[in-house]
Design a protein. Structure first.
Length: 624
């Protein structure tokens, strides 16, 4: 058991923790949540001993082993297998089969295990560090954003691994769905304090919201009582016969604790600027092929047509070409064969998680956003800075001193000021906290344009994707349907190059509860079936809504044309033409009114239908 007792920590004038206390009890899997910059990683370092608290203490039992992934990458062995085996406890140093299972689960093929660690990308080197920690079988496992360098198959594997973890776990991740499926308890760093709750993030945030609602109601009532007593005191202080009552109220006022109003917390405010889309098809890629010089062909004969408000998610294992494909589609790379045709009204924007090198280190945050688009005014740039949590003087910080996460927010801010109708996003949730991920998901959903996004976040996939580009079986293919339909009809289990999902960890099969496993499987099947029925039954309504919207657009264009014509014929005094145009104008105004009524009715029907399916999903304990 690890115990944090009355911890306080600050850097300069910024206080991260005041009197933080909680325990990690035997076999607890604890998720650590809180906004970026509120001290989650600092708390990890306090537990590992890398940093010391200003006051308070971290109590760790004697001979208690803590395992965590270091940021420093330095390898000493000749092969991946030998390097990962360094993590084995002394009494298991010859049991390489355990290491092979962990490496396979994290996406290393048998051939890759025999190669030198330096031959791999930074992402796979981080995976190797992670494997070395997992095989060490520590008493407390600390994981800080373990999914950032993993693909979907590896994430699904490590999820099962952690669900079966027999000792203690402390986890930081921006992937709310991943955390909720793994943890038994949640600790929130909130307003410089820590709250530990039994259950997942929803239970934790619900309790915090309830506590703050009670606090605010109590504060308002206390203020009201204080004002009433102070008014009584001021009115009757001179009345001798009421002296006892006045004195009683004076003492009561002095005893009252004055509660301060809770400060509003900063949250990223995402809202993409959209520009009009003219036409149904915005973009067409035909027979694309690509491979880097000296390497294999990553993309072969791939075609994709993008329509208005398409939400296309690109999924698959790392190293197969997801980011390369996104760069091809965004025009950052040129295909070896094939063609790409944009509609003349297309206005694309591209966000790549690693492209922070495009930021000028000598510019301030404000300047980077101000110069991102010629129409941006200084006040608008400051507003975007505030939305990206660079408020006041923070907007004047030089980009050279920003962290990787802060630079990613600058990149997003530059995208927000630009009017677009076609978004290409590469892993946009990395370096964001949970609240910011939720804001981003809402912004993508509300964006009145087309989105193509690389992501491994399954909550995003379920909520956003209407079509999928899937890298599997050594190729890339287009799946016309939602992510739930993909899991139901195709799934990840039949990819011969995929991760080894059946070996959770050494002995995990025996530790898993059979009933729980069956229940989860049935729940997934029922969820997929409900989502499939929902999509099928709501599709006709969505088509009718789209038709009504198009009718309104068409009539509004005609009204613009007629008003211009009326202006001309009025000047010429052509009475017959004025009458004809007036009738035509009346017709289109009537069409718009009727279409809006139809649109309102259809929207209500759609909301009611989706609500009924949401009830079914909530009964299963999930929400999509």
């Amino acid at each position: 058991m690890v115990s944090l007792e009355n911890i306080a920590k600050s850097y300069g004038g910024q206080h991260l923790f005041d009197d933080v206390s909680f325990k990690i009890n035997p076999r607890e899997r604890v998720g650590l949540v809180g906004r970026n910059g509120h001290g989650k990683t600092t708390l990890f370092r306090l537990v590992t001993g890398e940093e010391e608290a200003d006051s308070g203490q971290v109590v760790i039992p004697k001979n208690y082993r803590i395992g965590y992934v270091t940021q420093h990458i330095r390898f000493t062995e000749e092969t991946v297998l030998q390097e990962a085996a360094l993590g084995l406890p002394d009494h298991e140093s010859d049991q390489l089969w355990k290491v092979e299972k962990i490496l396979a689960g994290l996406g290393f093929s048998e051939d890759a295990m025999g190669k030198h660690p330096g031959a791999f990308s930074g992402g796979f080197q981080v995976r190797l560090n992670l494997a070395r920690v997992l095989v060490s079988d520590p008493d407390l496992l600390l994981l800080d954003e373990p999914t950032n360098y993993l693909d979907i198959t590896s994430i699904r594997w490590i999820e099962g691994f952690l669900q079966a973890w027999p000792r203690e776990l402390l986890l930081i991740t921006h992937d709310r769905g991943f955390m909720d499926r793994v943890v038994s308890h949640t600790v929130a760093i909130h307003r410089r304090r820590a709250r530990k709750v039994l259950g997942n993030t929803e239970a934790c945030y619900t309790q915090i919201a309830q506590e703050e609602e009670i606090y605010e109601k109590t504060r308002v009532n206390d203020e009201k009582k204080r004002k009433e007593m102070e008014l009584f005191i001021s009115r009757f202080r001179a009345k001798a016969r009421l002296a006892n009552m006045v004195q009683s109220r004076v003492k009561a006022v002095n005893r009252m604790e004055k509660k301060d109003k809770l400060d509003a917390l900063d949250t990223l405010g995402f809202s993409f600027r959209s520009c009009p889309i003219k036409g149904r098809q915005l973009y067409t890629a035909e027979s694309l092929s690509f491979g880097y010089a000296g390497g294999p062909e990553l993309i072969r004969n791939f075609s994709l047509t993008l329509g208005r408000r398409d939400r296309v998610c690109v999924v698959g294992q790392n190293g197969r070409g997801k980011t390369t494909l996104l760069k091809l589609l965004a025009g950052e790379l040129s295909p070896k064969t094939g063609t790409i045709v944009h509609h003349p009204s297309a206005a694309p924007g591209f966000y790549e998680q690693t492209n922070v090198s495009s930021i000028n280190p000598m510019s301030t945050v404000e300047e980077e956003i101000l110069y991102a688009h010629p129409e941006v005014e200084r006040q608008q740039a400051r507003n975007i800075c505030g939305a990206m949590m660079f408020e006041g003087d923070q907007a004047l910080k030089k980009c050279s001193v920003l962290s990787g996460g802060e630079k990613s927010r600058v990149m997003l801010g530059k995208l927000l000021v630009t009017p677009l109708n076609l978004l290409f996003l590469d892993e946009p949730t990395n370096h964001l906290d949970m609240e910011s991920c939720d804001s981003l998901m809402a912004a993508v959903d509300n964006f009145d344009g087309t989105v193509v996004m690389v992501t491994h976040n399954e909550m995003f996939l379920h909520a956003v994707a209407t079509r999928l580009v899937v890298f599997r079986n050594g190729g890339v293919e287009l799946f016309e349907g939602t992510y739930a339909e993909f899991l139901e009809k195709v799934g990840w289990g039949d990819d011969p190059e995929g991760a080894v999902s059946e070996t959770l960890d050494m002995g995990a099969e025996e530790r898993l509860e059979p009933k729980r496993s069956v229940g989860k499987k049935e729940s997934r099947k029922l969820r997929s079936a409900i989502i499939s029925r929902r999509n099928k039954e709501t599709a006709p309504l969505r088509k009718k809504i789209e038709a009504a919207e198009e009718a309104i657009d068409a009539s509004e264009k005609e009204i613009t044309r007629i008003n211009e014509a009326l202006l001309e014929v009025t000047q010429s005094g052509d009475g017959a033409s004025i009458t004809a145009l007036s009738k035509e104008l009346h017709h289109h105004n009537t069409t718009i009114d009727e279409s809006f009524e139809i649109l309102e009715t259809l929207s209500e029907e759609l909301d009611a239908l989706e609500a009924s399916f949401n009830v079914e999903l909530e009964e299963l304990g999930v929400s999509v």
